[in-house]
Design a protein around this ligand. Structure first.
Ligand code: CO
Length: 173
């Protein structure tokens, strides 16, 4: 396993189209191991392919248990598709490993149904899930559509963040 660099907003890599995964082999398993390692290292609960500059429809998620611990239930979610959004629109306090040091409130659906494939290529479904998991799924699947959670904020906030992170990116390079 190896750590990957996290792509930082406002990089265009986060906006590129992401390809469907068609080959379910050891290489894919190694890639998702790297994604999980990178996510844990940065104390994230989810990470999408484009966030490590792999423009493919791959997401990893690990929602902490009631003791705040991760690692017991790492999920690898390939080619996910939201097939249903249900329930109330809820306020969700979010951050993103690609937008380090920033959190804000965005709106999400309370529940969702997601069809996906596992590492073996088998078709699976998260049926009408809720809570943090449902919100995390929506956040990560947005990444696969080239969206970042800050896109949901007001224009004023977006412009301010864009400037701030563009400057930050330049300083990093
Ligand atoms: Co994110």
């Amino acid at each position: 396993m190896s750590l990957r660099d996290v792509v930082i907003y406002t990089s265009e890599i986060l906006r590129k189209p992401n390809a469907e995964v068609t080959v379910f082999d050891d290489e894919l398993k190694n890639l998702t191991d790297d994604m999980l390692e990178t996510m844990y290292k940065h104390e994230g609960i989810g990470l999408a392919g484009p966030q490590i500059a792999v423009n493919k429809k791959i997401v990893v998620i690990d929602i902490p248990d009631e003791n705040g611990e991760q690692g017991k239930n790492p999920l690898v979610i390939i080619n996910p598709k939201i097939t249903k959004l249900e329930g109330e629109i809820v306020d969700s306090q979010e951050g993103c490993l690609s937008v380090p040091g920033y959190q804000d409130t965005v709106q999400r659906y309370e529940r969702c149904t997601v069809e996906y494939q596992n590492l073996k290529g088998e078709h699976c479904v998260f049926d009408n899930v809720d809570g943090l998991f449902a919100i995390c799924l929506q956040h990560e699947i947005d990444h696969l559509e080239g969206k970042v959670f800050v896109d949901k904020l007001s224009r004023l906030k977006r412009e301010r963040l864009h400037k701030k992170y563009e400057k930050y990116l330049k300083e990093l390079n």
